[in-house]
Design a binder for this molecule. Structure first.
Ligand SMILES: *Cc1c(COP(=O)(O)O)cnc(C)c1O
Length: 399
């Protein structure tokens, strides 16, 4: 096997799920397995975790098909955008459709009628993302149409928070001067976003909840007294907003043991499950005046040992972390130096006796997704989901 690999502790993921479940009970838990299980490797995570999940969430229909082909029998909600021509796949693979428009709902009903096949549907309401779904003020026709559908099984209704991880938005008082990172939430540390914005620009979670309630009240006026499975809570809301649990929560990053914001109240205890390891592939002593790597961005001030790691930006070890990242070798931290290459990078180990074949820890054992996010100027989500397909995943169970 490749010396650069990702160790994924399935027992930790299960523990995270149990801790989340205990906190939100009696609400059910939809486990989000999109984007290769946030980079963890869906082929190992899904079969292990599916028996413990009430529902599985993916972003695109292809991810749902992949899970079914693996033999996963748990209900699967395709949460993202679906084109009408993708509808036959939902029937064939028993996937749950997020019906985000009247047109899509109608197309699904027609197909269900003509094929005489059943299809589960969750209605998608937009309460503040301005992304997918019908807005609260235009939800009534969608709900009415859903009640008139006789071939579809309208199983759920959901919406998505835009700012659930911003702790200070829980109450009514939001200080005007926020750090850009807080205002932007998970995508905060991006340089281009570093601007103060007025409070009015932020849709508060409480407002989104109100809008969702407004939509749910449509059911009260109708003959069908019970709305279907209601869900809205992502990781931030699962941590901060018990009022948002309804019938099911949808934690993504939290299930993987990473908190959706730095300053967020850690009301549920979770831990990361990843250790990214490699081995020293080369070791040499470099001299002052000899620049290391492309662009010669770094050179030694005095003779020092430089080791090469067989991992690079094509593996998700971001090029933007050049001269900032740190790694752990034999329990000691060292600095990455010189431009990170596509397939390799270099580490300055000084006078230490680091040899070819010595294990290097790139991530885990004290090096966090937050560290990577800081070094790369991005968020923890992007760090996890960018660990490349070229990096083998090794699944372990260490309690
Ligand atoms: C990705 C996603 C989630 C999970 O978000 P986290 O912030 O990782 O918890 C929940 N719901 C929907 C609709 C999503 O697309």
């Amino acid at each position: 096997m490749r010396p650069t690999y990702l160790e994924v502790n399935l027992s930790q993921l299960k523990q995270n799920l149990e801790n989340i479940r205990a906190h939100v009970a009696p609400a059910k838990v939809l486990v989000v397995l999109k984007a290769n299980a946030y980079g963890h490797g869906v082929d190992g995570v899904a079969p292990f975790i599916a028996p413990f999940a009430d529902y599985i969430g993916v972003a695109i229909v292809e991810e749902g098909i992949h899970l079914r082909k693996m033999g996963i029998a748990t209900p699967i909600l395709v949460m993202g955008g679906t084109l009408p021509e993708q509808l036959p796949d939902f029937f064939e693979y028993d996937l749950t459709l997020a019906a985000s428009s009247l047109d899509l709902l109608s197309a699904a009903e027609q197909l269900a009628e003509s094929t005489r096949k059943r299809l589960k549907v969750h209605l998608k309401v937009d309460t503040g993302m301005e992304r997918m779904g019908v807005r609260e003020y235009e939800a009534e026709p969608l709900i009415e149409k859903s009640m008139a559908c006789s071939y579809l099984e309208i199983e759920g209704i959901f919406t998505h928070f835009a700012n659930s991880e911003v702790s200070s938005l829980r109450g009514s008082a939001l200080p005007l001067k926020q750090s850009p990172a807080m205002l932007e939430g998970p995508s905060g540390r991006e340089k281009h976003a570093e601007q103060e914005r007025p409070r009015n620009d932020i849709v508060e979670s409480s407002l989104q909840l109100e809008r969702f309630e407004e939509v749910l009240s449509i059911y009260d006026k109708r003959s069908e007294p019970h709305p279907p499975i209601r869900h809205i809570a992502n990781s931030g809301a699962t941590l901060l907003l018990p009022d948002s649990y309804y019938d099911m929560v949808r934690p993504g990053v939290l299930f993987y043991g990473v908190y959706p914001a730095r300053d967020i109240e850690r009301t549920i205890d979770v831990k990361p499950a990843l250790t990214w390891k490699s081995k020293v592939a080369y070791s040499k002593v470099t001299l002052p005046g000899r620049g290391v790597s492309y662009g010669s961005l770094w050179q030694a001030e005095a003779q020092t040992r430089i080791v090469t790691v067989p991992c690079g930006y094509a593996d998700g070890y971001f090029r933007r972390m050049t001269n900032q990242a740190r790694v752990s070798i034999n329990g000691k931290m060292y600095s990455q130096v010189g431009r990170i290459c596509m397939d390799q990078f270099m580490v300055n180990v000084g006078d230490d006796d680091v040899k070819v074949g010595d294990e290097i820890v790139l991530f885990g054992q004290g090096i966090t997704a937050e560290d990577f996010a800081d070094w790369a100027g991005t968020n923890e989500y992007e760090v996890l989901t960018n660990i490349g397909a070229r990096v083998p995943r090794v699944f372990v169970q260490i309690a």
